[in-house]
Design a protein around this ligand. Structure first.
Ligand SMILES: CCCC/C=C/CC(=O)SCCNC(=O)CCNC(=O)[C@H](O)C(C)(C)COP(=O)(O)OP(=O)(O)OC[C@H]1O[C@@H](n2cnc3c(N)ncnc32)[C@H](O)[C@@H]1OP(=O)(O)O
Length: 283
């Protein structure tokens, strides 16, 4: 089990051997763990307690994908090392009373991560071993297949419950995954689905009863994708995803401005503040 940086230093993974410039910041490397398997990698988010997607976490994930792709890794299983949580979504503290510079970097890095993961040439399986609200759900939907641990966890785009609006590319990813009607309803209601409900609407592809089974099922799923000739598989995926990817690629600046202006409004700041308080009160 190694961090991005330690893998590069020790030159352990075959697909990381040609590694050149690595993100050297120790804080990034401690957030994502990479494990070598036969021909693929397990990418585990390990930002305790809930894998909230802070700027550093987003950049660590991005850096991991860059290195893996650069070194010809064919597939990944994206999962979490935090018990009961896949990812709590965007780190709300990044959006609450932010500095302009940090907010810009945060959103721009998220755009980059989405473009990388949603358009990845690698085969990608999300092993959703816990809650996956909002940005957590988005990460999972960027993958080619989703295996979810059955139980009490919830998954969905719950942005409206925080008084915020999922941007177009979140919506596009949702629509491409579960269809227009389900997305329209779930986006408005900010629905969070149980694993059984998520399976029913196609938000996840398979449920597993425990982690031992989960790992085996995720590996088998990834291998099924990897058996298909890589270029044919990738270009087929792109036929579904390329319109959304092209759209954000061409409108990044406008999307960034829209997000920054929206996030800084009094109404959004008030809503985020109250939401953070409600999370804190729970404890
Ligand atoms: C215009 C904007 C468009 C972009 C839209 C945004 C997309 C997003 O992703 S917004 C984030 C949405 N996420 C959520 O609504 C999830 C909020 N969290 C939870 O519901 C629960 O924490 C969760 C079910 C994930 C886990 O529950 P527990 O295991 O009971 O943990 P706690 O609730 O006690 O949380 C522990 C600790 O983490 C802090 N936390 C949780 N989520 C976030 C988050 N998203 N960002 C930042 N911090 C988060 C929580 O406050 C606790 O902190 P402490 O009290 O300091 O321990």
């Amino acid at each position: 089990m190694m961090s991005v940086t330690s893998i590069a230093r020790n030159k352990v993974l075959p697909f990381l051997r040609k590694s050149t410039k690595m993100q050297s910041t120790a804080s990034l490397s401690s957030l994502v763990k990479l494990e070598e398997k036969q021909g693929y990698a397990v990418v585990s988010m390990q930002k305790t307690p809930v894998n909230s997607l802070s700027l550093e976490m987003i950049q660590a994930l991005s850096q991991s994908l860059i290195e893996l792709e650069k070194n010809k890794c064919k597939g990944i299983i994206l999962t979490s090392a935090c018990p009961g949580i896949f990812s709590a979504g965007l780190d709300i503290r990044e959006m609450y009373q932010p500095t302009d510079d940090r907010l810009n970097q945060f959103w721009s890095s998220l755009q980059t991560l989405w473009l990388q993961l949603y358009g990845s040439k690698m085969a990608t399986v999300a092993l959703i071993n816990g809650h996956a609200p909002a940005g957590g759900c988005l990460l999972a939907m960027c993958c080619d297949s989703r295996i979810m641990l059955n139980g009490k966890s919830k998954i969905g785009l719950n942005e409206t419950k925080l008084g915020i609006v999922a941007p177009s590319w979140f919506k596009d990813t949702f629509v491409n995954t579960i269809g227009v009607r389900q997305s329209e309803r779930a986006l408005q209601l900010g629905s969070l689905f149980s694993p059984e409900e998520a399976l029913k609407i196609g938000l996840v592809d398979k449920l597993v009863p425990d982690m031992e089974t989960a790992t085996a099922v995720a590996e088998a799923e990834l291998k099924e994708f990897l058996q298909i000739p890589g270029m044919a598989r990738y270009l087929s995926k792109m036929k579904i995803r390329e319109a959304a990817i092209k759209d954000l690629s061409e409108t990044r600046e406008a999307d960034l401005n829209q997000f920054v202006n929206f996030a800084k409004t009094d109404a959004v700041q008030k809503g985020l503040g109250l939401y953070l308080q409600s999370l804190a009160k729970k404890n």
